[in-house]
Design a protein around this ligand. Structure first.
Ligand SMILES: Nc1ncnc2c1ncn2[C@@H]1O[C@H](COP(=O)(O)OP(=O)(O)OP(=O)(O)O)[C@@H](O)[C@H]1O
Ligand SMILES: Nc1ncnc2c1ncn2[C@@H]1O[C@H](COP(=O)(O)OP(=O)(O)OP(=O)(O)O)[C@@H](O)[C@H]1O
Ligand SMILES: [Mg+2]
Ligand SMILES: [Mg+2]
Lengths: 260, 260
């Protein structure tokens, strides 16, 4: 049975999508079967895996379509990436309607968990890329998950949001998913050249000593370049520092029990 | 009567808050009276103007409190920043509840516009810092605005979101605010050292030739350092390239008619 991990932080631009794609690719490279879910209306993950922007408008087969059609079987809509063992389900801009659309639906928080049941035995890991929000979709992802990974840019503004994320995680644990466990905080976009990143990392290590992961993802333009090519950094620039960092993260998560 | 400008982009981390604070400070420095509104549940703008994180929990007096109390007069809750002529209204984490809370309220899109009426004659400019979403709050901001400024990080992922922002702006123009006008797209976090930022800038200039602003905000750690101090870069590092860039932007907006 697959372990499900949500990649969550309502602060924008901290590397959620970059982490979902590249951690997923690194886990697949090590022989695991991995499914990625694009749960953000921007559909950056879908584009980062090679789907051309013009095709993003296609409604049928996206995760939004699946959430709204109880008879659809998500196994029928899984797409293959260019990495063996790495599959994904597309995002769609209509995901933005979720908060208002589901507001009075019973057990609205459990919709994703129910939808994933048919594929739980087909994968080792399922990673969910969340939008920069703590609304209905993110609560759905956390309710469906065994673990949650919190990417955090090494910037002062990003620290402030950590307590908000933890509040939401605590509410999910108390109300809809008592098995949810925080895998850790991943320092991203770390700029070795300035003191600011180091200062922020020290502040976070003081506030959350047990939760900051050993792996740190340094800033490198190779990540941006790989998004233009529509592939993970592990295939686009396999021997780069960025690819190495996410392979290290994959090993750290396996050893920490974040993934089985 | 104040000109109201919304700072909008659902892509996260593109410099919306940084632009609101520093453009606001640059306009105030030139002698204008400026009011900033923190319309994001992360309340980064409020922290960036010096309010300590521990005080963010205070409900009364935030923009969320004002939106929910029709008898409150927003003029009574305006705070002064450390910059003469620059005032602001605090954000609050409960703003995150807006989509679900207002879902069936009549004329929900006009709540902010109504609330701002008492202060329209007290200011030259009102800037609204929006969250990374195109939901109810952002639609409220756009409905209350004369103009909209779209900060855009010079990264490939950020380009994809531009068409989504424009779609929402078009819907607002057709339904709730026919006076709304796009002031322009502001290139932010431009990294002079790599080709990726330049490539992205070329792509955007091709797709949106009339809308890309002349002013470009280059990447500099001085912005991050100023957030730690809780003040705009124009006072924290007055002669820095970052402060100069936002002063230039303020002049460009005045000359483009984005602000009177
Ligand atoms: N380690 C890194 N080094 C350099 N650039 C990075 C790194 N990680 C991410 N980026 C770039 O930073 C930008 C933000 O990253 P990304 O889109 O993954 O963040 P996000 O948290 O998913 O954003 P959003 O909140 O909008 O969903 C992207 O353009 C991405 O290419
Ligand atoms: N020109 C710049 N150079 C360097 N750092 C910058 C620049 N502009 C913004 N930053 C930093 O980048 C991060 C993202 O900027 P900011 O928080 O203003 O973006 P945002 O769009 O408001 O994010 P969100 O979508 O979470 O509201 C912040 O830590 C900020 O300090
Ligand atoms: Mg993302
Ligand atoms: Mg912001």
């Amino acid at each position: 049975k697959a372990r499900v991990v949500s990649i969550v932080n309502q602060k924008g631009g901290v590397g959620k999508t970059t982490t979902t794609i590249n951690l997923g690719a690194a886990l697949a490279e090590s022989g695991r079967k991995v499914l990625l879910i694009d749960f953000d209306s921007q559909a950056s993950m879908t584009t980062g895996l090679g789907i051309k922007p013009a095709l993003l408008k296609e409604q049928s087969g996206s995760i939004w379509y699946l959430l709204n059609d109880p008879n659809a079987n998500c196994a029928d809509y899984i797409l293959k990436s260019n990495v063996p063992g790495l599959d994904f389900i597309r995002g769609h801009k209509d995901l933005a309607a979720a908060d208002a659309a589901f507001v009075s639906e019973i057990a609205k928080e459990h919709k994703l968990k129910k939808m994933l049941q048919p594929v739980m035995d087909l994968y080792d890991d399922i990673l969910i890329d969340c939008s920069p929000s703590l609304g209905t979709l993110t609560v759905n992802a956390l309710t469906a998950s065994d673990g949650v990974l919190i990417p955090m840019e090494c910037e002062y503004f990003a620290i402030l949001g950590l307590s908000l994320v933890k509040e939401t995680i605590e509410k999910v644990i108390q109300n809809t998913n008592s098995n949810l466990n925080v895998i850790g905080i991943l320092a991203t976009r770390f700029d070795k050249k300035t003191g600011h990143s180091r200062d922020v990392l020290k502040l976070i290590a003081n506030q959350f000593p047990d939760e900051i992961l050993d792996t740190i993802i340094a800033r490198t333009v190779r990540f941006s370049e790989s998004t233009v090519q529509g592939e993970p950094i592990t295939t686009f620039a396999s021997s780069s520092a960025g690819a190495t960092a996410y392979r290290r993260l994959a090993r750290e998560l396996v050893s920490r029990g974040g993934v089985k």
